[in-house]
Write a protein that binds this ligand. Structure first.
Ligand code: SF4
Length: 189
């Protein structure tokens, strides 16, 4: 790997799928393809911490955005991103290019354009008669997850412009096309 001074920021689970909620599907080929592409093109990689794992651990349930939309989780997200932001500032001030962050489509924390949502989700599940109603209320909405919201806000506060783009595990080719276009390079297959 050469020092090209190009760095890309990745959501934690793109490099470590073990951090995802247990039972959720793996990323299949998309993360391998993306990482290979970045390596082939000599991009350095900064791996974000996983905000959910570091708050709720590996045995957590799958959550929705509304459950994370509270001051405690937002504070946790900001605390996690603070040292990364310092790295970004230092690199940029010294001529390095950090212009892209790759997020995870659909995540209530790390989604950029799509996140999962339900005002009904939460509370005690055992013995609930309205369990079906809760499950049926689960949907994806066109909004960012909480971690991405806090990251965007912290970048704005520092006047740093970084494009945030979702990795979409269900649309591998489109994801690769969008990311390679954003980075201005062709994918080497
Ligand atoms: S919180 Fe973010 S980094 Fe952690 S598993 Fe979910 S999408 Fe991946």
């Amino acid at each position: 790997m050469k020092r090209t001074k190009n760095i890309v920021i990745l959501s934690h689970c793109i490099l470590n799928v073990n951090s995802k909620v247990e039972g959720l599907c793996e990323f299949g080929n998309i993360s391998n393809r993306l990482i290979k592409y970045l390596m082939d093109n000599d991009y350095g990689i900064i791996q974000l911490p996983c905000p959910e794992l570091t708050m709720y651990g590996i045995k957590r349930w799958g959550h929705v955005k509304e459950q994370f939309d509270n001051p405690y989780y937002r504070k946790h997200c900001r605390k996690l991103f603070e040292p990364i932001l310092e790295q970004i500032e230092d690199y940029i001030n010294n001529g390095y290019k950090i212009e892209t962050l790759i997020a995870v489509k659909g995540s209530p924390s790390c989604g950029r354009n799509l996140t999962c949502s339900s005002p009904e989700w939460g509370g005690e599940f055992m013995g609930k008669e309205d369990i079906e109603k809760k499950l049926n209320d689960l949907k994806t909405i066109n909004k960012p997850g909480v971690f991405m919201e806090e990251i965007e806000q912290m970048l704005i506060e520092k006047n740093i412009n970084i494009n945030i783009i979702d990795m979409d595990e269900e649309n591998e080719d489109i994801t690769m096309k969008n990311i390679t276009e954003l980075l201005g390079k062709m994918e080497i297959k």
